[in-house]
Design a protein around this ligand. Structure first.
Ligand code: NAD
Ligand code: IPM
Ligand code: MN
Length: 353
C-alpha cells in the first residue's frame, strides 16, 4: 500500500503519527509492507511553501493509494486572505481529488457509555453513519464574496450531485439496518426541495431500504433524544458538517470519530476533528479519530478487513481496560496521553499482551 500522510496543523501531526505507528504495527503483524510519504498541508504548508496545498503535496496524493490527513487550522491564520487559509488547503484537496462522499461512522461502545453527553439508557446501542455530501453545496457555490459591507455565498445542488450521494447512502444502508434518514430544510430551501425529490426517486431503486426525510432542526433534536433510531443519515455538505460534530457528543468527544472521503481519484481519510489548538503540543490529543480513519482505509481502499478488525479490536480492548485520553476520562483511571494510548493499542494488536 502507498500512503500519503498529510499531518497538517495543531494536533494533526500528533494523531497522524499515532495512526502511522498503529498502521505499521498492524500490517507488520500480517507481513504486509507499507510505502509512506509525508507532505505538508494547511498552515504548515503556508509557512513552508506559501500556499496551503502545494503542488508536490497534491502530486504525492495523486500517486498514492490513499491519503491520511491529520487536521488543518491555526489561530495565526485568522486574518489570512481566503486563498491562504489553512482550510482552503483541505477544501482544495477534496475538490482536486474529486472526493464527493464523506462517511462518518458514529458508534457508542458500551465501554464509553459513561463518557457520553447523554444518559446511558438513552445512548446505549447508538450506531449510525453520517453520509455527508462533500463535493458541493454552500462550501463551493458561486458567486461568493465579501465587499466589506455585504458578504455572500451560494447554495446550489443539481440532480446528479444529489443522486450519486443518495445512491451511495441507500447502498450502505442495505448493508446495515436498512434505514436512511435524509435531512434537509425543504420547508424553506429550493435546494432542499430538489434534494428531497431526487432522494425519493432514488429510493424506488432500493425497495429493501426504508427512507424518511426529516427537517434539519427537528433532526438535531432527535439526534440527542433518540440517537438509536438513526441508521444512515444522508445530508448536504454544511448540515453534515454540523450534525456529525453534534453526533460526536453522543460518544463524548470529537476526538473519537474518523471519516472516509470517497468518490474521487484517491480516497482521503481524515479524523472528523480539527487542529484543536488549545491542546496542540501538550501530548493529550485523542488519536482514536485518526485510528478509526485508518480502520476505514483498511476496509475501504485496500480491502484488508481482517487488519481493520485488528485495529478496532485493539482500540476497544484499551477502552475496555479503562485506558483513555482525558477528553473521554470519566472518573475512572487517570487519563493517558496520546503516546501511551498509542503504545497500548500497538501492544494489543493481534491479540498480543
Ligand atoms: P476542533 O475539532 O479543533 O476542536 C473542538 C474541541 O474538540 C476542542 O475542545 C478540542 O480540544 C477538542 N478536540 C478536537 N480534537 C481532539 C482530539 N483529537 N483529542 C482531544 N480533544 C480534541 O474544532 P475547532 O476548535 O472548532 O477548530 C479549530 C481549528 O480546526 C479551526 O481552524 C478549524 O477550521 C479547524 N478544523 C479542521 C478540521 C480538519 O482539518 N478536518 C476539522 C474541523 C476543524
Ligand atoms: C471538517 C471540517 C472542514 C469542513 C473544515 C476545516 C473546512 O470542519 O472536515 O469537518 O467544514 O468540512
Ligand atoms: Mn467539521
Amino acid at each position: 500500500m502507498k500512503l500519503a500522510v498529510l499531518p497538517g496543523d495543531g494536533v494533526g501531526p500528533e494523531v497522524t503519527d499515532a495512526a502511522v505507528r498503529v498502521l505499521e504495527a498492524a500490517l507488520e503483524h500480517r507481513g504486509l509492507p507499507l510505502d509512506l510519504v509525508t507532505r505538508p498541508v494547511g498552515w504548515a504548508a503556508v509557512q513552508s511553501h506559501g500556499t496551503p496545498l502545494p503542488d508536490p503535496t497534491l502530486e504525492a496524493c495523486r500517486q498514492a493509494d490513499a491519503v491520511l490527513l491529520g487536521a488543518v487550522g491555526h489561530p495565526g491564520a485568522a486574518d489570512a486572505p481566503p486563498h491562504l487559509r489553512p482550510e482552503a488547503g483541505l477544501l482544495g484537496l477534496r475538490r482536486a481529488l474529486g472526493c464527493w462522499a464523506n462517511l462518518r461512522p458514529v458508534r457508542v461502545p458500551d465501554a464509553l457509555l459513561d463518557a457520553s453527553a447523554l444518559r446511558p439508557e438513552r445512548v446505549r446501542g447508538t450506531d449510525l453513519l453520517v453520509v455527508r455530501e462533500l463535493g458541493g453545496g454552500l462550501y463551493y457555490g458561486e458567486p461568493r464574496g465579501d465587499d466589506g459591507h455585504r458578504a455572500w455565498n451560494t447554495l446550489t445542488y443539481d440532480r446528479d450531485e444529489v443522486r450519486r450521494i443518495a445512491e451511495l447512502a441507500f447502498r450502505l444502508a442495505a448493508q446495515r439496518r436498512g434505514r436512511v434518514t435524509s435531512i434537509d430544510k425543504a420547508n424553506v430551501l429550493e435546494t432542499s426541495r430538489l434534494w428531497r425529490r431526487v432522494v425519493e426517486e432514488e429510493s424506488h431503486a432500493h425497495p429493501d431500504v426504508t427512507l424518511d426525510s426529516m427537517l434539519v432542526d427537528r433532526a438535531a433534536m432527535e439526534l440527542v433524544l433518540h440517537p438509536t433510531r438513526f441508521d444512515v443519515i444522508l445530508t448536504s455538505n454544511l448540515m453534515g458538517d454540523i450534525l456529525s460534530d453534534q453526533a460526536a457528543g453522543l460518544v463524548g468527544s470529537l476526538g473519537a470519530l474518523g471519516s472516509a472521503s470517497l468518490g474521487g481519484t484517491t480516497d482521503l481519510y481524515e479524523p472528523v476533528h480539527g487542529s484543536a489548538p488549545e491542546i496542540a503540543g501538550t501530548g493529550r490529543a485523542n488519536p482514536m479519530g485518526a485510528l478509526a480513519s485508518v480502520s476505514l482505509m483498511l476496509r475501504t481502499t485496500v480491502d484488508l478487513p481482517a487488519v481493520a478488525d485488528d485495529v478496532d479490536a485493539a482500540v476497544e480492548a484499551c477502552l475496555g481496560d479503562g485506558i483513555r485520553t482525558d477528553d473521554l476520562a470519566a472518573g475512572g483511571r487517570p487519563p493517558v496521553g496520546t503516546d501511551a494510548f498509542t503504545a497500548a493499542v500497538v501492544e494489543r494488536l493481534g491479540g498480543g499482551a
